[in-house]
Design a protein around this ligand. Sequence first.
Ligand SMILES: [Zn+2]
Length: 553
Amino acid sequence: MSKNYFILFFSIFTLSFLPSNSFGQKKSKEQVDVSLKTNPKLVVGIIVDQMRYDYITRFWDQYGNNGFKRLVNEGFNCKNNHYNYAPTSTGPGHASVYTGTTPAVHGIIGNNWYDKVAEGDVYCAGDDSYNSVGTTSDAGKMSPHRMNVTTITDQLRLHTQMRGKTIAIALKDRGAVLPGGHTANGAYWFNNGAWITSSFYMDKLPSWVEKFNADKSFDTYKKPWKSLKNVKDYVESGIDYNAYEGLFKGEKSSVFPHDLPKLWDANGKYEMLKATPFGNSMTADFALAALEAEELGTDDITDFLAVSFSSTDYVGHKFGVNSKEIEDTYLRLDQDLERFFKELDHKVGKDEYTVFLTADHAAIDVPAYLRDLKIPADYIVWDDIKTKFLQFLQFNYGTTDIVKDFSNDQYFLNHNVIKNLDLSIQEVQEDIAKELLTYKGIDRTYTAYQMWQNDYTHGIPYILQNGYNQKRSGDVLVVLSPGTISYPKTGSTHGSPQIYDTHVPLLFYGAGIKHGSTVGRTEIDDIAPTVASLLGISFPNGTSGSPIVEVLQ
Ligand SMILES: [Zn+2]
């Protein structure tokens, strides 16, 4: 008997015998409900784009009491929470949190990937069969159609006969489209100074969104980005002036303050806000407007607000994980969270909502910085490898056509060419895997054949297999050496199966959540089944994770 059945059975058992028990106690309704489900008025899912777990601990002393600290001090902290697949990037990350499974099942194998059937590049949330709503550009032509399974948000909609509402919000389209699932009432993202959507959801922006856009409240963020506190007090980060940070166009050095009004036109105008903490503030503003206008969490039918804070990723990519800019961005996000929770207390009620906060991936320390500290780290330039690799293909097979594409650290082979040459696909995969292993910066290689034949249970092969989708993934999988990335020498990136990309925060807070923490390993696909258990609803239909039992009351 599984644990859940046991609890259910036990509840029924106690119910039927209680009226006649010798103490004459009445079984309260509350006790019955607790064993079945928690019924928050609202679930708030928060994904912070590119948040490392250690941002909680490193910046702890600088945070206020009512943002991140409120979640940790009053909620549940899963300290050892990991992505259990690669590539660790935004599209797969958002899909995995909400579907409770990995790219092997949900099919979002990258932000972009080579589509073997269409023989071209596809975007994870792109869908030309729909139109943009709220913009004349193509930025709204999106839908979750490439995500093959349901999300926790879909399951809530199904469970409530579509009465529970789902609204999803992020600066990035994929950060809203994938969490919203296939049945969202609305998903909105930011494009050139306006919140927009897709005709997948609606034919016209709701009046509250039109009004929000017309008010141009985001114009207030066109101001110099000064540090929130004295930058000298940011002792948790490296020095402000260093060689490891990128620049805004038109800037001579990457130190505070960053003069947004002056740099505005050269950096894409409103698009520039995305790479500053103000992008997160704008997201919080818009999420609060949605809370009010959509009347989320105002009745007994649970609603879902999915919010993704994307600016942290843009800032991390530009300035790196050890920059003063990233610290400032997190201190400001902490304030945005405080403001957000305060409003939820006010509008929904303090104990009436449940929050989870996680990230879509973490990020690496800038390898150039690590190298200067004598820590093994490096950069790989694929174009340098390409010449040698093409020579290998030409020499061995008499043609370079054997490789169709390289993306997300996977080589896609042309199976027709291989068959016409009367070669075995398995052998070609193995030969290429062995050749690549001789190149500097490549640490391990695996073949699709291995992914098919084995059932890996731990380590890097396990992570690759969870990211390997039989219909969509490539033929040869490459893992770079620890500390090695393919990226400019400034700023941080992510995407690998290494622990610096997989270790992300996971905090639960609010209705139905215990206070506590664990250092036991939890995995990203455990989030959706945990929330489903809390709500007493069906798991998303591809779920591979398990509920984290310690979290739930
Ligand atoms: Zn990123």
